[in-house]
Design a protein around this ligand. Structure first.
Ligand code: C5P
Length: 239
């Protein structure tokens, strides 16, 4: 990202000032982290695969009329996005029980959640992203009551669109994490939609095809990312 001004660097992505107002450049780095950043590695080409899959899925959502920050891909690891005022919430939509809700509640791994369960966490690593409820979200004034309703409606619409699309590729969307912001007052999907932010299981084998492979040392992380990117995009992410 020669010449561009770095505005923010997160655990796996960096944000640079764009060339025009209200435009930012989002760079997907090869860093991968888990467990609040206590496990970390650098995996060659991971940024390119996540950037490519995110771009592909943002385009899919835009075609379905869902407002996203995505404006276009710049190169293999960067995309141009609208500047959003981010809302510090992680909106997780769950179609099957896995991960933290199996650890925290009496669900069994893989249990169908119908209707899908929305869990909203505070995005704050220093507090380990605690789970919120509607009253807390409103008391913290993170969104208005109307925005909270809208956030959930959009999250469910995104989950429905992506579940149906991935199902067609033989992939079960177990859960996904979404982050939203405001642009010109409108709630807009930001961040990424990738193997780092979704839990994906092969429909036939039940095998993990996402960051759980890294978190729990389940096998070849980049081999998995490459294979799932190929399946999701029909080969458009080959590097
Ligand atoms: O860990 P947990 O089960 O709560 O994660 C739910 C979903 O949200 C998973 O797909 C996970 O990859 C994603 N997630 C994320 N970023 C976080 C926490 C969870 O992308 N900080």
């Amino acid at each position: 990202m020669k010449g561009a001004q770095l505005l923010y660097s997160g655990k796996a992505k960096s944000i640079y000032r764009g060339e025009t107002p209200n435009r930012l450049i989002m760079e997907f780095r090869d860093d991968i982290t888990a467990f609040d950043g206590t496990k970390k590695n650098v995996l060659s080409e991971k940024g390119a695969f996540n950037c490519c899959v995110s771009a592909f899925l943002f385009e899919l959502l835009e075609r379905e009329g869902i407002r996203t920050h995505y404006l276009g891909r710049l190169d293999r690891t960067t995309m141009l996005v609208k500047a959003l005022t981010m809302i510090p919430l992680e909106v997780v939509v769950r179609n099957r029980a896995a991960g933290s809700i199996v650890r925290n509640f009496s669900f069994t791994e893989g249990q169908i959640l119908n209707p899908p369960v929305i869990v909203i966490d505070l995005k704050d690593d220093s507090r380990h992203d605690p789970m919120l409820n509607d009253d807390l979200i409103l008391a913290l004034k993170l969104v208005t009551p109307d925005e909270l309703v809208e956030l959930k409606e959009i999250a469910l619409a995104i989950n429905g669109t992506l579940s149906e699309f991935l199902d067609g590729q033989g992939i079960l969307l177990v859960d996904l994490k979404l982050e939203f912001g405001r642009a010109e007052g409108e709630i807009t999907l930001g961040d990424e939609i990738s193997m780092d932010s979704m839990r994906l299981w092969d429909k036939e084998t039940g095998r993990s095809m996402d960051k759980d492979v890294y978190r729990f040392d389940k096998g070849d992380v980049m081999g998995t990312y490459r294979a799932v990117a190929r399946r999701i995009t029909g080969g458009r992410c080959e590097v």
